[in-house]
Write a protein that binds this ligand. Sequence first.
Ligand SMILES: [Zn+2]
Length: 131
Amino acid sequence: MRGAPSAGPVGSQVDYRLARNAIISEYHKGRLSRLDVCDAHPELLRAATNVGQETREDCPICEQTTVVLVSYVFGSRLPPSGKCVTSQHELVKLARGARELACYVVEVCPNCSWNHLARTFTVGSRRTVST
Ligand SMILES: [Zn+2]
């Protein structure tokens, strides 16, 4: 893929697509209700509306709109609840000053409140191995 943005050194990435698809399949089988899967926190919904990164993927639950991605980072100098990152540029800047940051990308539907962790990865100037 050409032209993909490079965000500097990226550590191990974990993709949660399998877990996500399992939940969607449970929902379609009727084993989970809409209330079970569409439980986004109001703060998360607000972030999705204001700073969510648009995708071309339809919401798997309501199929009314496309889902957006909201990114949070956690690190030693950041609030315990994490910091919402609004752009790739901001993430690069944060990563530059930190030893290591854990980044969580959450998929959110602003229409029906569906939400699921999409992936997590670590960024930072270097990865340290604890002794
Ligand atoms: Zn939806």
